[in-house]
Design a protein around this ligand. Structure first.
Ligand code: HPA
Length: 275
């Protein structure tokens, strides 16, 4: 029995999506913890449960749905990934970035990665939205480890501009025009699932991180590998460990995401309208 290569697995899932959605997506959006409501606000979307797609990993985390929604918004065909797989669930990085790769294979030009993150920059407050300027990969590995398939991208892809200058400018313009406060900063991606210690947060601040989370970095690397333009938006759902005199709980992450979802959805819609 032959074992499918990564390329064949990506192509099989892409083919399953093609068979269901009619017009293909031009842009894809990955929704982070507690931010899934955007997918439900899309009228006339075609909903595909991840479990219907071959090789697609399903997330078990509370606050993450597991579905792909393809819809037309402001004349643009978009694919929304409501729910993602994380390294801390035990998925290997190949699986964590699978959805991003399938989107690239379908031909999306832009990938918008959203996440919930802890605020390290003391100028932030819980509920802030932050455009990711750059990231620091502290996950201990890289999704491109292993044999490289040149059909996906080069062996040593450039990471000088993971987060597109064009898309970051566009996000800030949309925010200004809509009266949405939008910060900017560096996102540190850690493995999790335990939250960081206060000492780790002081370390991360020293090395230049403004926010910390457990996702986004692998998907951004895989998308750049395949030549897709990336935008990252963090919802600062809590101040990171030790910044405030209180412990961290996942419920706060979900509550804050719920509180800011109006601004978050407004920002996303505005960006998609102006792409
Ligand atoms: N740390 C890591 N990941 C997170 C946090 C945090 O404080 N908040 C939301 N995701």
């Amino acid at each position: 029995m032959s074992v499918d290569t990564l390329f064949e697995r990506i192509e099989a899932a892409a083919q399953a999506v093609r068979a269901r959605v009619g017009e293909l997506p031009q842009t894809a959006v990955v929704l982070g913890s507690g931010l899934g409501d955007f997918a439900d606000a899309l009228p006339g979307g075609i909903v595909i449960p991840y479990s219907d797609l071959p090789h697609w990993p399903v997330s078990s985390v509370v606050g993450h749905a597991g579905k792909l929604v393809v819809a037309t918004l402001h004349g643009r065909r978009i694919a929304v990934l409501a729910g993602r797989a994380h390294v801390y669930e035990g998925h290997d990085l190949d699986r964590v970035v699978f959805g991003a790769r399938v989107m690239a294979r379908l031909g999306v030009r832009e990938l918008i990665l959203t996440n919930a993150a802890g605020g390290i920059n003391t100028g932030f407050a819980s509920g802030a939205l932050m455009v990711i300027d750059d990231h620091i990969n502290l996950m201990g590995s890289n999704p491109l480890v292993g044999p490289n398939d040149e059909r996906l991208g080069p062996r040593f892809p450039d990471m000088t501009e993971v987060y597109s200058t064009r898309l970051r400018k566009l996000a800030h313009n949309v925010a200004t025009n809509s009266g949405i406060a939008l910060a900017r900063g560096v996102y540190a991606g850690l493995h999790g699932p335990s939250y960081e210690t206060p000492a780790e947060i002081r370390f991360l601040r020293t090395v230049g991180a403004d926010a910390v989370g457990m996702s986004t970095v692998p998907e951004a690397i895989a998308a750049r590998h395949m030549g897709v333009e990336v935008l990252g938006i963090s919802c600062i759902t809590n101040m990171a460990a030790g910044v405030l005199p209180q412990p961290l709980v996942h419920a706060e992450v979900l509550e804050t995401a719920q509180r800011v979802k109006g601004a978050f959805i407004g920002l996303l819609e505005g960006i998609i309208e102006r792409l």
